[in-house]
Design a binder for this molecule. Structure first.
Ligand code: CTP
Length: 228
């Protein structure tokens, strides 16, 4: 680890942080896929924030229309299975993982090699659940800080608390994605930060760049507290 200098008054140990961002695509055939509304803005803001604060960042990104920050190493992936494989490979050597990606929960059971023709008026698509990346990472984690996001349209706090516990996280950032000023596609976000020690803080509506900095500071604090 190298020592980074933020200000003359504050020295800290730089981390290697893995950040996932964007949606995944689950192909039905060569021209069609299942995906979601994620644009990657929140995850890219988190990656940029860690980098600006002196950390080494690996950004694992699903297909998005954003330019990755020049200072981070970006690995492009397409499907949930690809994202799982790359995240597992990068995880062992990192100090923290922030899963901001909107990973598809289902994928077609089979992907047709050739374009499926219109044919009949109805078409039944069989889906299988994808593997949960955070859940699998949680089983192999040692010292790393684990952070997730919860995209909710119902009761964000209750659902986020369930995910925090089920996925063995240190912190979860809950956002209600049903409005237009927060969550998917927006440039702003309204997050409730819930930590495993029970703290729950509602951050006001703010630009995603600013929310990214608060996410990075939160992960830094948890990492620092482990060393004490
Ligand atoms: N996540 C993951 N692997 C998946 C699905 C989600 O690691 N296959 C991560 C997301 O990146 C996020 C957290 O789990 O950090 C919560 O994701 P979310 O979509 O809110 O919840 P789900 O676990 O998919 O649960 P549900 O569909 O019940 O809301």
């Amino acid at each position: 680890m190298r020592v980074a200098e933020l200000s003359p008054a504050w020295y800290f140990f730089a981390m290697k942080v893995v950040v996932t961002a964007g949606p995944t695509r689950e192909f039905i055939d060569p021209v069609r896929f299942l995906s979601n509304r994620s644009t990657g803005k929140m995850g890219y803001a988190v990656a940029a924030a860690f980098s600006a604060r002196g950390h080494e960042v690996v950004l694992i990104s699903g297909p998005v229309a954003l330019e990755p920050p020049a200072t981070v190493r970006t690995v492009s992936v397409v499907s949930a299975a690809d994202m799982l494989e790359v995240t597992l490979a990068e995880f062992g050597s990192c100090d923290g993982l922030v899963m901001a990606a909107a990973v598809a929960d289902w994928a077609p059971r089979n992907t047709a090699e050739r374009k499926i023709k219109k044919g009949d008026k109805t078409f039944v698509l069989e889906l299988k659940a994808t593997r949960d990346i955070l859940h699998e990472i949680s089983a192999v984690r040692t010292r790393q800080v684990l952070a997730g996001f919860a995209a909710e349209t119902g009761d964000p706090i209750a659902e986020a608390r369930r995910k925090l516990s089920d996925k063995g996280l240190d912190v979860i950032f809950a956002n209600d994605v049903s409005g237009s000023d927060a969550g998917f596609e927006a440039d702003t976000n309204r997050i409730v930060c819930i930590t495993a020690n029970g703290d729950e803080v509602a951050w006001p509506l703010m630009p995603k760049a600013e929310a990214g900095l608060k996410v990075a500071e939160t992960v830094e604090r948890i990492h620092e507290s482990r060393k004490g």
